[in-house]
Every structure is written in structure tokens, then in C-alpha cells.
Write a protein that binds this ligand. Structure first.
Ligand code: ADP
Length: 423
């Protein structure tokens, strides 16, 4: 059986890719699984990231899914478990970060773990236990208005304590600055005080790299994706280009965009301005019963041999509001997601083997429609967004190269840049 060293459980889909990307850059060969796999891992990898959608589930469901993931990862040989959550510590007063962390601790018979969402590359830093997003505290960053997980307090010791039965402590920046021995001494001290979980300060990648060695042998680590940069070295793994190697790319190229985020709007405009063929689809037409997917595929068919095409529902906020006003927010979203997923399937049936998908929810719908359950993580295109490769019956033979771009990630020329990288 193929054995992994690091087993990761991510509480959402694009967060899983973000973590996988950091591990690959630090030298690990990584597979991302959509949900808990039913079969043992059948490829060589150093780490698997199991992507759950557990961030806002009821606490008991989040725990049950996380424990399922844990059991599967242990069966694949994982020596250390990494519970990955958002770098803005997205959670409610009930959880799910604290309860899931404690359930994993119990299952692993671990009496201590760390917790830090620090991700300095992405402007998330933790200082004296307080989380900063850019220059402002978490609760002034806009996250105080999040519809599902409003973050009203930047003091993570307090936030996590409210979710935990065990005592929560702090490993502050002065300790982290002194490196492994000091961090280990502080952990021993906290343990002696009966502390089970400690928030760790980190304001730079150097802090995270100093923290890494102190986590060697800790059964459970809980963090955003930042801590990942310091872990592969503990397993004797160093950065190398082979970690991100994917099979050679072939086949036709296409972009599907269902994201309406600012960055995606710019990326769609840049693709159109570059003179590439692009087709917008209209949610109202879908609602009126027009077979928009069939029309889009008929449009794309003759163009694909000449280079990448783009099919998008991306629109500006005013247009979206108007459509949502007529169809309802959820209905509009679901109609568009279903149609784009059908188009993704149709494009792959037409021979597309290099697919860019923009939008987190859109990616979920497309991946599901394509029957993809596992992806090997490849080289980074832009921060947080790597190329991936998946085997699926929908793309017989060499499988499919795909990249799943969450809304606000990527430079303006992301689409063109992505294909240029594969060729
Ligand atoms: P992001 O990562 O930018 O948040 P998502 O794909 O997660 O992108 O979310 C975008 C949501 O907006 C999806 O549910 C999608 O179906 C919906 N959507 C996309 N285009 C339109 C549109 N033109 N009208 C209404 N809803 C849309």
C-alpha cells in the first residue's frame, strides 16, 4: 500500500487547495480528495488533503465528517494530522474550529495542539493572540459582517476558548522569535498549566519556519494554510520541482467562469480584450427554458481547435442584483451552476483536457459533474491557485488538467497565463 506522512482535513474546498498548494511548494507530493474517499489511495503522495464542506455544518455533523476523514487518513499511514481552517478563523460561537479540534485530539489521544490562522503571504498575521487582516484587526476587516460566520472579536484566545472545553493559552511572538527550543519549553509550561490548545503568534514566514520544527511529532496541528510551509522539512522533504510534476498536458483548452468577484470580472475582460472567443450566458434565458448549455457547446465546438474559449456567466453587481431580484438569489445561483457544470461536461466530451474554472461554488458543481473525486496538485499559477490533474471516466485516456480559481484570486491575465504555463 502507498503510505502518506501527513494527513490533512480541510473545512472547505478552495481552502483545501490553498493548503495543498503550500505543501507542494514546500516539496510534498499532494493529492486532494473531494470528501472522504471510499477506496485506499492509489497514487504515490506524501500528503492527502481531504476537502470537506464542514465549516458551517451543525457541530455534530462537522465532527462526524472530520473523524471519518481522520480514520481514512490514518489507514493511509498518516503520521501527523493537520486540521485546516480559514485564515480569518471563520467560525461561530459554537464552532466548528474548537469542537472539531477537540474531537480530533480525543481520537488521537493528544493532550496538546496549536491553533494559528497566520498566513503572512496573504496578509494574515497573529500578534499577542490577535488576528490582523492587512493593517486592521479581524473584527474591523469586513469579517464582522460575514453572513454565516461574523467575526466580532480579534482576540483568538478568547474566540477559541468560547468554543472549547479545554483551556486555551498563547505562545507569543517573543517565544516564537527564539525558535524551536523556546517554543517547546513554552509548550511544556502550558501543558503543566493544564492548557490543551494554544494560539501561536506569527507575523512573518520566518516565524512559521521557526515554528515548524517545534511541531515535529505533535499528533495534531490545527491552522490556516500558512503553518504548512514549515512542516515538510520535519519529514526530510525539501522543496523540489518534482513535487509539482503533473503528466504532460494535451487536448483542447477552455475556461468556465461562474464567479462574479471583482478579480474574475477583470480576468474575463482581459481575455475578451486579448481577442479570444468568449460567450456570455444569461440566467434569465436558462430560467425561460432555453437550452443554454446546448447552445454554448454548439458555439464552442468549431472554435476549440483554434485555442482556448471562454464561457461565462460573470457579470457586474448591478446585473446580478437584477437577475436575483427576478429569480431569487438561490434559484439564480443554482440555475447558473447547473448550466455551467453541464457545459463543463460537454466541453470535456468535445475533447477539452485543459480546463480553467473560476468560482468556488462553480468549481464544486463542475468537479461533481465531471465525476472527479481526487486531484494531484501541480505547479502554482498565481498565489493559492495551482494546476491540478485528475483521472475521470469523463476524460478517458490521459485524464484532465484543471485549475479551480476561487473568486478573488489571480492576476488580470490569469486565464492566458494558466494555459501558457501548461504549454
Ligand atoms: P466566487 O468564488 O467568486 O464567490 P462562486 O462560483 O463561489 O464564485 O459563486 C458565484 C455564484 O454566483 C454562483 O452560485 C453562481 O451560480 C452565481 N452566478 C454566477 N453568475 C450569475 C449571474 N449572471 N446571475 C446570477 N447568479 C450568478
Amino acid at each position: 500500500m502507498k503510505k502518506i506522512v501527513l494527513g490533512c482535513i480541510a473545512d472547505d474546498f478552495t481552502g483545501a487547495t490553498d493548503l495543498a498548494n503550500n505543501l507542494v511548494r514546500a516539496g510534498m507530493r499532494v493529492v486532494q480528495a473531494m470528501g472522504v474517499p471510499e477506496q485506499p489511495l492509489d497514487t504515490d503522495a506524501d500528503a492527502v488533503v481531504v476537502a470537506l464542506k464542514s465549516r458551517t455544518l451543525p457541530v455534530d455533523d462537522a465532527i462526524a465528517q472530520s473523524l471519518d476523514a481522520l480514520r481514512w487518513l490514518q489507514a493511509q499511514g498518516a503520521q501527523q494530522i493537520y486540521f485546516k481552517y480559514c485564515s480569518t478563523f471563520d467560525s461561530t460561537a459554537q464552532g466548528n474550529i474548537g469542537p472539531v479540534a477537540e474531537a480530533l485530539m480525543e481520537a488521537l489521544a493528544a493532550d496538546f495542539t496549536i491553533a494559528t490562522p497566520a498566513f503572512p503571504d496573504n496578509q494574515r498575521t497573529v500578534f499577542k493572540g490577535h488576528l490582523f487582516v492587512g493593517d486592521v484587526l479581524l473584527n474591523e476587516s469586513g469579517m464582522q459582517n460575514h453572513p454565516l460566520t461574523p467575526m466580532m472579536d480579534a482576540n483568538l484566545v478568547r474566540v477559541l476558548q468560547a468554543q472549547c472545553r479545554r483551556k486555551v493559552g498563547l505562545i507569543d511572538y517573543k517565544v516564537v522569535a527564539q525558535g524551536e527550543a523556546a517554543i517547546r519549553a513554552r509548550i511544556d509550561e502550558l501543558r503543566a498549566q493544564g492548557v490543551g490548545l494554544a494560539i501561536v503568534d506569527a507575523v512573518s514566514n520566518d516565524d512559521l519556519l521557526r515554528l515548524g520544527p517545534a511541531l515535529k511529532g505533535m499528533p495534531l496541528v490545527t491552522a490556516g494554510s500558512g503553518v504548512a510551509i514549515g512542516l515538510p522539512a520535519n519529514f526530510g522533504i525539501a522543496p523540489s520541482s518534482t513535487a509539482s510534476a503533473l503528466p504532460p498536458a494535451a487536448g483542447l483548452q477552455a475556461v468556465i467562469s461562474g464567479s462574479c468577484s471583482l478579480a474574475t470580472n477583470r480576468q474575463v475582460a482581459a481575455f475578451v480584450q486579448a481577442g479570444r472567443p468568449a460567450l456570455g450566458i444569461d440566467a434569465l434565458q436558462i430560467a425561460a427554458g432555453v437550452d443554454v448549455a446546448q447552445q454554448a457547446l454548439a458555439w464552442a465546438g468549431p472554435l476549440l481547435s483554434q485555442g482556448p474559449v471562454l464561457i461565462y456567466s460573470t457579470a457586474d453587481p448591478a446585473a446580478i442584483k437584477s437577475v436575483q431580484g427576478q429569480l431569487g438569489v438561490e434559484e439564480a445561483g443554482a440555475l447558473v451552476e447547473r448550466t455551467l457544470a453541464a457545459i463543463a461536461r460537454g466541453l470535456v466530451a468535445l475533447g477539452v483536457r485543459q480546463l480553467v474554472v473560476a468560482g468556488g461554488e462553480t468549481s464544486g458543481a463542475c468537479v461533481q459533474a465531471l465525476g472527479i473525486t481526487q486531484m494531484k496538485i501541480g505547479p502554482q499559477i498565481d498565489p493559492g491557485v495551482p494546476w491540478c490533474h485528475a483521472q475521470t471516466d469523463a476524460a478517458p485516456g490521459g485524464g484532465l488538467h484543471l485549475t479551480l480559481k476561487s473568486g478573488n484570486f489571480g492576476a488580470d491575465d490569469f486565464f492566458g497565463k494558466a494555459f501558457a504555463m501548461l504549454t
